[in-house]
Design a binder for this molecule. Structure first.
Ligand SMILES: [Zn+2]
Length: 158
């Protein structure tokens, strides 16, 4: 069964994979870029690319610096760091048990039945006692990470 946690974590992993794939293709042999205000070019060890608007005019310095600042080298560092965060915040689940109050139960030794699933982040809820399990499949750190990638989190998860 695919849980909400699996779905959101899978989406986050897919976003990281896509960012990495695009950054690697853009990087070629030179992932570090800079912006040249004189030539309006994005420069790397492989050469320069003219940074132009749709009409052919040069982009402004702010846009050029932004493009260079978010070069493939930075994108790859970001992907690596976010993968570390995912590893540092593993989400565990366990069946949520409820007391069976029905007097006509068949086996009197069975006092509990599964009524749902509970989750716990292995990093944020470090003590691993029963009270640290909660109904949300993500911790606040992973929810914040999802925001970076524009992943929608269901309202009832927050
Ligand atoms: Zn966490």
């Amino acid at each position: 069964m695919l849980t909400v946690a699996d779905t959101l974590i899978d989406k986050l992993k897919a976003a990281l994979d896509e960012d990495e794939r695009i950054a690697l293709r853009a990087a070629g042999f030179s992932p570090t870029w800079s912006y040249d205000r004189e030539t309006f070019t994005i420069d790397s060890a492989e050469g320069s690319v003219a940074a132009r608007k749709a009409g052919g005019s040069p982009i402004n310095d702010v846009d050029g610096e932004h493009i260079a600042r978010h070069d493939p080298a930075r994108a790859l560092r970001q992907v690596a760091a976010h993968r570390k965060l995912l590893e540092l915040h593993p989400i565990y689940s366990k069946p949520k048990l409820g007391f069976i109050a029905a007097p006509d139960r068949k086996d009197p030794a069975v006092m509990y039945e599964q009524v749902g699933v509970e989750y716990m982040c292995g990093k944020c809820d470090q003590w691993r006692h029963e009270e640290f399990y909660h109904p949300e499949p993500w911790c606040d750190t992973l929810l914040a990470l999802a925001e970076v990638y524009g992943i929608e989190v269901p309202a009832d998860v927050r």
